[in-house]
Every structure is written in C-alpha cells, then in structure tokens.
Design a protein around this ligand. Structure first.
Ligand SMILES: *Cc1c(COP(=O)(O)O)cnc(C)c1O
Length: 445
C-alpha cells in the first residue's frame, strides 16, 4: 500500500485522516527577529562544542574507534545520487512529469545512523549531557581542572560508581546514556517504553545497564524514571522533555556539518539554500540541530521536521499553539508507529518554545513508506539505516513536490534550482543483521 497525501486539506483534517502532508509554519519569522527571544544563544552552543573538545582524549581512550577523529564523535556526510534518481523516478509517475523538468539538486545523507558509541543521533545530545554532569562531579570532588587531560577520568570509575544515571527512552536515548554511563563507571538505569525494540534492551543489559520495562508509552517511562531518580540524591536524571544540555549537545552538529559542506564545495547563501529534513520524536534532536544550523546560516537554511502520521506531537503542539499541553491522543491518534524512535505523543515544551518562530515546517509520513525508503537506500547506495531515520525521505518528497507545483504555476526561472538537500539519518548502525534482513526480505552482504 502506498501512502496517500493530504492535498488541499487543513492540518486537523490531515491528522485525523492520517494523510502525509506538509505543514508550513505560519509563525515562522526571519531568524534575526526570532533569535533575541530565544532562551538559549549561540555562545551556549560554542561552550558545548568546547566541552566536547576537552573530553576528546577521554572518549578516544574509552572508545578507540573514535581515534581517527581525535575523539570527536562525528558522522560522514554522503552524497546519495543513486537513491535520489530512484526517488525521482517513483515520484515522476505520481506527478505525470518529464524527468528533465524535475529539480535536479544535490542530495546528501547525514549519517548520524553511524555515529560511534551509540549508533544514533543520541550520541550527540545524550553523551554530551552525561559528560557535562561528569565534569561537574569531578570538579566538585577536586580531581579535575579544565586544563587537565580529561583522559584521567578513566581512572576514577570507582568514584563514579557511587552515582546513578537514569533516563526514560524509546530505545536510542537509553543506548547512548546507558553505554556512556557504564563506560565511565556509573550505575545506569534505563526506563524503556513499550515501543522499545527487544534488541536494544538486550544490548544494554549485555553492558551491565539495568533496563526497566513499561507497558505504556514514552511519557510514562519518563515520568516513572524521573520520580525514582528524584528520590535518590546520588541519582541524576537525563530529562529528554526539558533538558537544555541535550538540546545544546545536538546543536554542535551544525559547526561540524559546516566544515563537511565546505569540503564538498557546497555553497549556502540566499541563492543556494540548504534544505534539511530531520525525524522528530520529543523534539530535542531536530530542535537542537535546527538551532545550530540557523545560528550559522539564518534564513538560508530551511529546516523541516518529519513525524509519523500516528505520532505528530510537535505538529499538533505548534499548529494548535498549545505546545506540550496537547498530545496526539487528543486528535484521536494512537501514538503507535513502526518508527520506534519517533513514538512520542507529547512534545517537549523547551523545544516547542525554541522552534515556535524558527522551524520552517513539519511533514508527516505514513509507516508504510518507511521500509520502502529503507530498501531504496540500501539497493541504490548500500547504506542501512533504521525505519525511524527513513522519515527524513518524506520531508524531501514534500519539498520536491512543492517545487514542482511552483514550477508548473510560475515562470520557471523564479523557482530556485540551486539548493542542496540533506536527509538526516538519525539511527541504524547498531541494528542486528536479522532485524535488517527481516525488513529487507533479503540477505545482507
Ligand atoms: C530520538 C530519535 C529521533 C528524534 O529525536 P527526538 O529528540 O526524540 O526528537 C529520531 N530518530 C531516531 C532514530 C531517534 O532515535
């Protein structure tokens, strides 16, 4: 079955009827006007980037696979021309258009699916928050100064073992917090929602992390985790719904991407816009990345979040203006989706506040499309990512289709054709082979 699109309907109709569609943020204003009203600023992101640099020697020591990058956890940016052509061929049929009329811009995949340590975008925000807390504890205890080589922290596992790190998660955040916390010596407890995949729980348990399972959704797992952690003075709770640290850890991605685009000789300016599509759960990852990108490129970068048709929490929060005071169940949706990383019914207030005037739009995707995109990427460019990550493809589709419509209505020269598009692949490299093969229906090389 193919996903049907909700053209010419309002957002509430599209949501109720589970249509894939593009919601343009009508509150979007020039970034220079939005920026002064935001709770965080560009210096906060710079500070996070510097903190990650201080930790690089320790990361290199604990995770030797990061040596080639000097202890920075960063992912490749890969052009996926073959996949782009396959996508365009599919959509041409939908639009009844000739191939040469299609906007032919570069398409890249930002492979956070392959980030070291956690295998997902959560290696940015989650790990950053654990490190920041670790720095605070170590400085308070008196065995760390900013000018030290942070590799010394690997010798204090006993000290950290008296402390607990806890988090509520649909899976990937738990993996990033759990793996990093366990490596530093902490006791780690991950509160997993019902959507979390079995293999993620198994992997964590194999690293000595305590996994608590809940029958209900993500919000409940977070609530329970927060409550249990608050009762223990030696426990720290990573709060995905409110954490500025997580948000800033994600935002550091932007300066790294800027270097990669420069290496690719990609220009970003008013005549050459950059389009970025990021899968959205509670909002921290796409919100933080968008904040970082807008600080660099302002209105020349267009940022779109993508959410499942059954769990568009940021869309209902922003479109209704009620932010975290509404959830997807209020609109008759289940909140359930094959995109386990995006199975969130209520958006983060912090992120909704930060993105209210900043995000360009939100796109929804039907579950049926996710595995199809997964297969297309594998067949054409031999890259494997998890279903949640594939939501980004639907973002690209909606913007390409919008361009085609504009082009057919307008004088062609007025439609920009010099842009660059980036699909943010948010997770996947830790997926077990059997899981991948079950989705693809074939044996993986
Ligand atoms: C967590 C996650 C996201 C979205 O991040 P949020 O901070 O929850 O919005 C997207 N994709 C994958 C694979 C994830 O694990």
């Amino acid at each position: 079955m193919r996903c049907s699109r909700g053209d010419k309907m309002d957002w509430q109709q599209c949501i109720r009827l589970e249509k894939a569609f593009l919601w343009e943020n009508e509150k979007h204003i020039p970034y220079a006007d939005a920026y002064p009203q935001l709770a965080l600023n560009a210096e906060d992101v710079d500070e996070a980037a510097m903190r990650l640099k201080r930790f690089a020697p320790l990361i290199m020591k604990l995770f030797p696979e990061t040596e080639a990058q000097g202890g920075l956890i960063e992912s490749p940016l890969r052009e996926i021309a073959a996949t782009k052509n396959a996508l365009h061929r599919e959509w041409l049929a939908d639009l009844n258009m000739a191939e040469q009329d299609f906007p032919d811009e570069k398409l890249y995949l930002k492979c956070d699916s392959h980030l070291a340590v956690a295998g997902s975008v959560k290696a940015r925000g989650g790990i950053y928050e654990v490190l920041k807390h670790t720095e605070e504890l170590a400085m308070k205890a008196g065995f760390l100064a900013k000018t030290d080589n942070y590799a010394v922290l690997a010798e204090h596992k006993d000290y950290f073992s008296q402390y607990t790190m806890q988090v509520g998660s649909t899976g990937n955040l738990g993996m990033s917090i759990g793996i990093m916390s366990a490596a530093l010596g902490y006791k780690a407890v991950v509160h997993m929602s019902a959507d979390a995949k079995q293999w993620k729980k198994d992997l964590l348990r194999s690293k000595g992390v305590i996994v608590k399972e809940y029958k209900s959704d993500y919000s409940k797992a977070v609530e329970e985790g927060r409550k249990l952690s608050d009762m223990d003075p030696k426990s720290y709770f990573v709060d995905d719904e409110h954490s500025e640290d997580l948000f800033l850890g994600y935002a550091v991605a932007a300066e790294r991407l800027q270097k990669q685009l420069a290496q690719e000789s990609v220009v970003v300016d008013a005549k050459h816009p950059l389009y970025v599509y990021i899968p959205c759960g509670v909002g921290g990852a796409p919100g933080g990345i968008t904040f970082g990108l807008k600080n660099i490129w302002k209105d020349n970068v267009k940022c779109y979040f993508v959410e499942p048709t059954q769990a568009p929490c940021m869309l209902v929060g922003l479109a209704s203006g009620k932010k975290n005071e509404v959830c997807v169940q209020d609109y008759g949706l289940t909140g359930q989706t094959k995109a386990d990383g995006l199975a969130v019914g209520r958006a983060s207030k912090l992120v909704a506040d930060m993105m209210e005037y900043v995000v360009d739009g939100i796109i929804t995707v039907c579950d049926e499309d996710l595995n199809r995109y997964l297969r297309m990427l594998y067949t054409n460019d031999e890259i494997i990512i998890e279903p949640s990550s594939c939501a980004s493809f639907a973002g690209y589709k909606e913007i390409v289709l919008r361009k085609c419509v504009e082009q057919s209505n307008a004088d062609i020269s007025s439609v920009d054709k010099n842009g660059t598009h980036i699909l943010w692949a948010t997770g996947g490299s830790f997926m077990p082979r059997e899981e991948v093969e079950a989705i693809l229906g074939e044996v993986v090389k």
